[in-house]
Design a protein around this ligand. Structure first.
Ligand SMILES: Nc1ncnc2c1ncn2[C@@H]1O[C@H](COP(=O)(O)OP(=O)(O)O)[C@@H](O)[C@H]1O
Ligand SMILES: [Mg+2]
Length: 435
């Protein structure tokens, strides 16, 4: 460095708003700049060659020793956390000599050698009050943010709870619908079994009269006449028909009840291997009442292996699709059920010849509460519930619709559930998307 350069450097050091102290290897003060003189109120001349901690006893702290040790050991600068240790050296005055303690400091200690090869330390002090104040503001903002986040988490929890309740109420609505359907379905056979019973009772009454007469009748002719007058031949032929019919009726009721039992394991929440065709047939029986006046049901089942699923939940999905299909048909139409599998996936399909879905509504149908049906008929939760169930199965739902012609829903389910839990897979998908 030529003299011009060192002149410039010294001028700079005298003017910067940073305290500069030069110490020898024993930490004796060699030099400090005017920033230190002004702020400490001490004169450099009196401090020169004095140990730093004599002039600034407050600096005699474990912190200084630590910095020193680090600097000596690694030959590198050390910088204690300004926020925890408010100051190393007390500098109580501001630039105009007013009392304004500069209490928050960042400190930097580093070794260097003079041009003569003397080992020295540079100690830099600078005011970190603003920085700390900003930090504090940042901290406050962060704190506010994190409490906001907490609020949001609470809100999300509430939403999840409300959602679960909604799903529950949709299940209840489905059960209500089911109960109504089943009542209707059972009412008919029970009705005629009951009326048959009454006819049979009157027949039995007549038959008993004939048999009772056996003991008191004077002759066979009298008995024959009674038989004729009570139309015994007709009773005889009708009794068989009545019993046969009643048996059929009871059989139907029995079937419906078995189907209901199969269907209604609503609480069941475990994956197991299931025959999807059987589930679909059961579901069909249960919603038969909704379908039979609206559509001819055509089954075009393919081959299906046993599929790992929660069968009652898949039944619920198929029930929603079937009921929607029936609702979409205005007069009388067709509902076709298909199935198949490929590459480890099984699918079930419900196609209707109903009114179809307008293209601009297609991406809204899975929204909770989205319904185009009049109040009382639609809850708008059926497809949203179904979507959640299928997602829980790591599956997906496809929909194809042509306005005025019909709609086809296809549910894809993995034949075997992936070994990773669904949540994790989803998280990985999300990560992959952001990468
Ligand atoms: N098979 C279908 N044909 C026509 N529209 C359908 C069909 N399935 C669903 N939708 C439409 O999707 C909406 C939402 O269905 P969903 O969630 O089951 O609720 P909801 O049946 O109570 O209205 C229905 O209101 C209807 O507009
Ligand atoms: Mg519905």
């Amino acid at each position: 460095m030529d003299s011009r350069q060192s002149e410039l450097a010294s001028a700079l050091v005298e003017h910067i708003e940073i305290g500069v102290i030069i110490l020898d290897s024993e930490l004796r003060i060699q030099y400090w700049n005017s920033f230190i003189s002004q702020r400490s109120g001490k004169a450099l001349e009196q401090a020169q060659q004095q140990p730093l901690t004599h002039i600034f006893p407050e600096a005699d702290t474990p912190c200084l020793n630590e910095m020193l040790a680090l600097t000596r050991e690694h030959g590198e600068r050390a910088c204690p956390e300004g926020r925890e240790k408010p100051y190393l050296i007390q500098l109580p005055f501001d630039i105009s000599g007013e009392y304004a303690p500069l209490m928050l400091q960042n400190t930097l200690l580093f070794p260097f050698k003079s041009s003569e090869g003397q080992s020295l330390f540079g100690l830099l002090l600078y005011d970190s009050t603003d920085f700390t104040r900003n930090n504090k503001q940042l901290d406050a903002t962060l704190h506010a943010l994190s409490s906001k986040q907490f609020e949001q988490e609470q809100l999300i929890k509430k939403l999840e709870k409300a959602n679960a309740q909604l799903m529950q109420s949709e299940k209840l609505a489905a059960i209500g619908q089911l109960a109504a359907g089943v009542a209707h379905e059972i009412n008919n056979p029970i009705g005629y079994v009951f009326s048959n019973l009454r006819t049979l009772a009157s027949y039995v009454h007549d038959l008993l009269r004939i048999i009772d007469r056996v003991d008191s009748a004077a002759n066979l002719d009298e008995l024959r006449q009674l038989k004729r007058s009570l139309e015994y031949d007709y009773i005889r032929s009708d009794v068989e028909a009545l019993i046969g019919e009643s048996e059929d009726g009871i059989e139907r009721v029995k079937k419906i009840i078995t189907a209901l039992k199969d269907f209604s394991h609503f609480e069941e929440d475990e994956f197991r291997l299931a025959d999807l065709h059987r589930g679909l047939d059961t579901t069909l029986k249960v919603v038969n009442n909704e379908l039979k006046y609206k559509a001819e049901v055509i089954k075009e089942y393919g081959q299906l292996p046993a599929v790992e699923c929660m069968p009652s939940q898949i039944n619920q999905v198929m029930m929603n699709l079937l009921v929607n299909a029936a609702h979409a048909i205005e007069q009388f139409g067709r509902i076709t059920l298909r199935s198949g599998h490929e590459n480890g996936w099984a699918w079930l399909e419900v196609e209707d010849s109903g009114q179809g879905i307008a293209p601009h509504l297609l991406n809204r149908i899975y929204e909770p509460f989205f319904t185009t049906k009049p109040v009382g008929k639609g809850t708008g939760l059926g497809l949203s519930l179904s979507y959640n169930i299928v997602r829980k199965h790591s599956g997906r739902i496809e929909v194809f619709s042509t306005l005025g012609q019909g709609t086809r829903f296809r549910v894809w389910l993995p034949i075997q559930q992936p070994t990773q839990p669904q949540a994790q897979t989803q998280a990985q998908e999300d990560i992959a998307r952001y990468e």
